[in-house]
Design a protein around this ligand. Structure first.
Ligand SMILES: [Mg+2]
Length: 174
């Protein structure tokens, strides 16, 4: 059965984000010492803060581990951070087991095959527009902009709007 994304968004308490290709454009830069550098999007960052301010929790799950991601996650006060976890479905189950959040109350934004298991479990499966075709098929919602270019902000805006929280937030800033 096809999921209605606006309907599914009503129940979402947590949005889980993949890193490479979602919070970043998927590029990996190596400096001379072999340290990896990644480029994050500032508008995504404010989106995360906005979400947290109205109790939409943000979690991050990455197959790789790096100082750059740790730094960004800390900067954004993200407590649920899973590094070096290739099995994203396991991350969903892990959170559900520890917290009183059912997978049906989670959204997951991904871009590649490693995200498939998690996308099948959550209530609102989301993909960036430049995700792999198999992932686009699993998603009930797709961004209009690519990963690393505001797709996270767009996903957060979609959920908050469906939950009628976006206008109230905007009025605080305008
Ligand atoms: Mg990815």
């Amino acid at each position: 059965m096809r999921i209605d994304p606006r309907q599914a968004a009503l129940n979402v308490k947590m949005l889980i984000l993949d890193v490479d290709g979602v919070l970043t454009d998927g590029g990996l830069y190596y400096d001379n010492s072999g340290q990896v550098m990644k480029r994050f999007n500032v508008q995504d960052g404010l989106g995360v803060k906005l979400a947290q301010s109205v109790d939409l929790e943000i979690a991050v799950a990455t197959g790789l581990d790096s100082k750059a991601v740790k730094r960004r996650v800390k900067e954004l006060d993200i407590e649920e951070y899973f590094a070096g976890r290739l099995d994203k479905a396991e991350v969903v189950r892990d959170i559900a087991a520890r917290r009183s959040i059912d997978p049906s109350e989670m959204a997951y934004l991904g871009d590649d095959w490693v995200d498939a298991g998690a996308l099948r479990l959550v209530g609102l499966p989301m993909a960036v527009t430049n995700a792999q075709p198999e992932i686009l098929k699993l998603a009930a919602w797709t961004s209009t902009v690519p990963g690393g270019h505001g797709a996270v902000r767009e996903a957060i805006t979609f959920i908050l709007d469906a939950q009628s929280k976006l206008d109230r937030l905007w009025r605080k800033w305008s």
